[in-house]
Design a protein around this ligand. Structure first.
Ligand code: S3P
Length: 172
């Protein structure tokens, strides 16, 4: 098990606010693996915030940044990747993720998600749509894509970070 873990990456997917960033940081520590937060990586590379990338270049451009990041990951091993919430929307991305490592889908109820993201001003898709029903509909429209990409699924609702990481390591 330990050896296989070493040879692969771990990719965290799921809706905004599902806990990808927090869980990736914790896993990175526990497993002594490098962590890549995809949004942060893209912001640094592009020299502007996600919000500005959407505003200046549009969503399609941002989605291309995500695909390019996944392509650059193919030569790398032993990285925990916190993917942006929209990464599994492209079929090609799903292929790239599966080739790269274990895909872990973090879920939570729309109410829990709302609670975690309600004060965020950095998520353009939720700008002006910060409501439970909007979140629920967008989550539902993505469910099949997340499901198709995932090797394992973990519900993070009402769990603390230690419980989530323990469950993840057991299932891996
Ligand atoms: C997005 C999720 C965001 C970010 C962008 C688009 C999405 O990442 O990539 O705002 O389409 O779900 P987080 O899931 O880290 O918030």
């Amino acid at each position: 098990q330990a050896k296989t873990l070493f040879e692969k990456n771990i990719l965290l997917i799921g809706f905004m606010g599902a806990g990808k960033t927090t869980v990736s940081a914790c896993l990175g520590n526990l497993l002594a693996m490098e962590v890549m937060e995809m949004d942060a990586y893209i912001q640094k590379k592009e020299g502007m915030s996600i919000k500005d990338i959407f505003a200046v270049h549009g969503e399609e451009y941002f989605r291309n940044c995500e695909s390019n990041t996944l392509i650059s990951l193919q030569e790398r091993r032993h990285v925990v990747v916190s993917c942006g919430g929209g990464v599994p929307l492209r079929e090609k991305n799903v292929e790239l993720m599966k080739k790269s490592g274990y895909v872990v889908w973090l879920t939570a109820t729309p109410e829990a998600i709302f609670d975690r993201v309600k004060d965020s001003t950095e998520r353009p898709l939720l700008n002006g749509n910060m409501r439970v029903d909007f979140i629920q509909d967008l989550m539902e429209s993505r469910r099949e894509k997340y499901e198709a990409a995932a090797d394992i699924k973990i519900d993070t609702t009402n769990k603390d970070i230690v419980e989530i990481c323990e469950e993840l390591l057991q299932k891996l």
